[in-house]
Design a protein around this ligand. Sequence first.
Ligand SMILES: [Zn+2]
Length: 194
Amino acid sequence: MERFVLVDRDGVINRRIVGGYVTAWEDFQFLPGVLDGLALLAHHHIQTLVISNQACIGKGMLAPAALENITRLFVRQIEDYGGSIGGVYYCPHRPEDACECRKPKPGLILQAQREFGFSLTETYVVGDSLTDVAAAEAAGCPALLIAEDGAALRMAASPALAGVFPNLIEAARFIIARSPSSISDTASSPDPHG
Ligand SMILES: [Zn+2]
């Protein structure tokens, strides 16, 4: 079966805008280790799906077409670097819309699962907040957090939390080490990242 990882966008792939949103491509800054981490996952035949709340759409701060443009540009950069983005799922709603897709609800994860058919219990959700962990838990997925203060988050989080890492490349190595086909992959093609 093809394997996937579900990755939050702001705070995991790109730098979070504190108290705001990425509303222009100039504001989209890849975090350290992200392009390498996504390329490493693709090298191990793990496809990345992006799962992200973007209430800026529902609040009228960003047009859907402008969000699509930002998406097209960051996906192209990841793919130019050797990564593989199989799909990008956004919740465009505001918290008060009470939709089924805004994390911590599992709607986006379940939508991706219906489209790609992966095993929820074997698919990691990588986020930067307890909201991501709660969405993973509600969907039945294991969760990984990207965070500086790992110890504090580990205390606060749910049993779904399987690990806390300082950046995406460390999380990618963890996922690869726990993937069933990683042994045969390593035997057939040496990993250039060590
Ligand atoms: Zn929604």
